[in-house]
Design a protein around this ligand. Sequence first.
Ligand SMILES: [Zn+2]
Length: 324
Amino acid sequence: MKLETELIPLDRALLAEATDGFLPDRVIDFHAHVMEARFYAADTVNPAFAGRTIDLARYTAAMGLLLGPRLVGDFVFPYPARRTDRVGVNDWMIADCRASGTSQRHWLAALVAPQDDPGLASEWLRDRRCCGLKPYHLYAHDGDTRQTDIEAWAPEWMWRCCHEHEALLILHLVKDASSADPANREALLRLSTRYPGCKVVLAHVGRSFNHRTARGLKDLASRPNIVVDTSAVTECEGIKLAVDVLGIDRVIYGSDYPISHVRGRCVTAGDSFQWIYGEEMNNPRMTLVGIESLLSHRQAAEDLGLGRAEIEKLFHGNAQALLR
Ligand SMILES: [Zn+2]
């Protein structure tokens, strides 16, 4: 698998199919990653991205391939990997934003782990320009974390911290059933109720890479401070279900760059999901995850009969309202 830096004719044709007459003039990318190689431990980053520096300028140029001048803002956080120097990479991202000359178009979230200093997380939110925290399951412990309880990787102090600062908490759910898992549901309802100022973002439509798990969102709809981003979702069914049960105001477009620039897609497979990549399948006719995702958004919008104002909310208005 490879990070693509230019589009081939096949990509351009499918991108036009996804975007022409559909995407609004202004788009905010509500989920994207930056990274700087020196803060990552050896062999902890996907080889397609290892050793790279993705600063805000490089990210913006790369997303411009898909969105062109429509891309007017972004919500970015460091790429999460095991044993990342989180303080180092967060400080680097904040400094890059300040030096970028385009700081007004970037919103930042700091990468955090349970063992990190809550005081420092508060400082990032209060004084250091961040408006969210990005925990990740890999920081729960050194073993297999795919079935871990939410509070093992997003403990209560993170919720309290986001509540106090009215900040965003970006959660990539784990466990097979994701948002439909009873323990996940219980923790999400309890903590989002106890900390109503915490704006909870369930990434990847509540990690509904298997679109059937998006059914779990129904039980979370009663909590107004829970929204989903659609990043790296390449099937329309989960997006449709999210709009159906949460309403159009709580579903927000994101790219998951650099994942968006890999040739592949993710599909529902039994009670699981499967990432498939063009090179591994030896299929040169596959396109980028980000283009598959835009095609899925368009399909979802058409199936749901969304109007212009609703499409604008999905790609811009909802993000702007949360990032204010
Ligand atoms: Zn991501």
